[in-house]
Ligand binder design. Sequence first.
Ligand SMILES: [Cu+2]
Length: 82
Amino acid sequence: MTAKDYSFTPTTIDLTAGKTVTISATNDGAAKHNLTIKGLKVSVELPPGSTKTATVKGAKAGTYEFHCEYHPTQMKGTITVG
Ligand SMILES: [Cu+2]
């Protein structure tokens, strides 16, 4: 996924339950961003120009919210695990 000032692309992501998934996030913007996924223990800092990965192991089926801690009202989305 990509973070750019001030949105994530895509804003909806589908994952398969019970699998180990690596999420790669790139900050293509000029501002500092962050990727936090509530309920999946993901919180990665994304300085401008950086790419970071987060591994999610065996997520349970459900809907999880993700956002940027610096711009939580603008930068957010949903991960559906099913
Ligand atoms: Cu941000």
